[in-house]
Every structure is written in C-alpha cells, then in structure tokens.
Design a binder for this molecule. Sequence first.
Ligand SMILES: O=P(O)(O)OC[C@H]1O[C@H](O[C@H]2O[C@H](CO)[C@@H](O)[C@H](O)[C@H]2O)[C@H](O)[C@@H](O)[C@@H]1O
Length: 260
Amino acid sequence: MSADDAARAAAEVVAAVRGGGALLALDFDGCLAPLQDDPELSRALPEAVTALDRLAGVRGLHLAIVSGRAIGDLSDKAEVPQGTHLVGSHGGERGRRQDGGVALDPFTLDPERARALADLAAALDDAVAPVPGARVERKPASVVLHTRTVADAAAAARLTEHALALGAGDDVDAMRGKDVVELSVLEVTKGDALAALRADLGVDVVAYAGDDVTDERAFATLGPGDVTVKVGEGASAARFRVADPDAMARLLTQVADDLT
Ligand SMILES: O=P(O)(O)OC[C@H]1O[C@H](O[C@H]2O[C@H](CO)[C@@H](O)[C@H](O)[C@H]2O)[C@H](O)[C@@H](O)[C@@H]1O
C-alpha cells in the first residue's frame, strides 16, 4: 500500500471531473466508516464527512454511497450531503439524500420472495440461538448472519457454513463478507447499481472505493478508464489501494483540496 496510490487515484478523479464529469461512489462499512463489533455504532470518519461536504457543490462531480446496508439505515448513519445518491441492499434499493432523510425509489418484494426471506430469517434465528455473540440482521431484501463477536472460532465457522448452505438454493444469493454471510432474495450487485447510475447521470468515469468481497463485484464491472480503490488488505481487482478508512478520508480530502 503506498501513498502514491492515493495520490494517483485522487489525481485521476480530479482529471475526470475537470474533463467532463465523474461519479464518485463509495462503500460505507470498512471504507468511510471503520468496522465495529456492533453495526449500529458505525459512522463515517469526520474527515470523510467534511471532505464530502466540500465536494457536494463541485460542478461535474456526482456523489454516491453504495452499500450492503438497508437504505434507511445507510441514510441515518452516513451523514452525506444533500443530493448524494444512495444505493442500499447491494443495489436492491435506490434513493437520494434529501431534507435530512432519503427520497426513496419504490421498492417492494413480491409475496414469494417475501416468504422466502421470512423462512431464511427464521432458519438463521434458530441457528444463532445457541451460539453466544452471533446475531441476525434483517434488511428489506436479505438477512445477514454476523459472527464478528462469536468468541468460539469453530462455532463461528460452523455457523458460516450453515448459512452458506441455506443460501445454496437457486432463489437465494449468498454473499460472504467480513464476518458476515448475507442471504439475499434479490439477484443484485453493486456493479449493476454503478452501471445504472453511470447511465442515468451520463458520466464517462466512475470512481469506486470499497473494502469487502461484495465490492469486488463492483470493481470487476468497471473498466480501465475508471478509478477503483481497494481499502485494506486482500486480493483485489482494484487498480489502487489504500490502507484503511483513515487513508481513504485523506484521499477524499486531497480531491476536495484540488477541486474547491
Ligand atoms: O457495503 P457495506 O457498506 O460495506 O456494507 C456491508 C455490510 O456492512 C455491515 O457489516 C460490516 O460492518 C459491521 C460494522 O462495522 C461489522 O460488524 C460486520 O462484521 C461487517 O461485515 C452491515 O451490518 C451489513 O448489513 C452490510 O451488508
């Protein structure tokens, strides 16, 4: 990981904005917000919040947060400027930050998917009940097994395998993330969400930063003219890498310094 990567990524974003327009899209957990044992406590780093506020009025720059979180939860925690595009549920929900809340595009599950989701949630509830520290998070189109606070590593591994097995059916998309297994009844990816935003906004360049396995689905869909930044360690298809959310916040500050 090098400071050079951050400087080169920032310079590419700045050049794209000056050259005709760009979408700057950011993952939330592990990218803007350091990871926490309790997902309720996650907040974007103050330096990142300040940088995004400064970037909000920049001509030719569109901002988006693209997260696995439910969009309402994301809107509450992300503290992003008015007008920022919000994508929740890994692409299943879309909206825009407005008047301190979120203007939501309509989203409903059909009855069959709603039933499948309820069944998955019940199965995960049963599985976590005897395992201290394990929890189930419910979202509009998915349920998530959280094992970050399971002290017994073997029990966490067994639960993870069990959740992946529950997600092996044709109608379920199982995604493994950092100490989570997400079971979604929608087939959506962050890559699809970015493609839709690119088309809607009419921008040539998409810059995307993220830290997790699900973000690789986004990096994989972006091209050589786009700007992709992996936050943290691990194999990645991204062109650039920064060490952690603090380094990501500094990268955003650099972009704001150059554009404002
Ligand atoms: O796409 P993201 O914005 O990165 O959201 C992905 C998942 O983030 C949350 O889980 C992760 O962050 C938690 C809080 O730091 C951490 O406890 C957990 O281990 C991480 O996997 C969130 O709870 C999930 O719903 C999101 O899908």
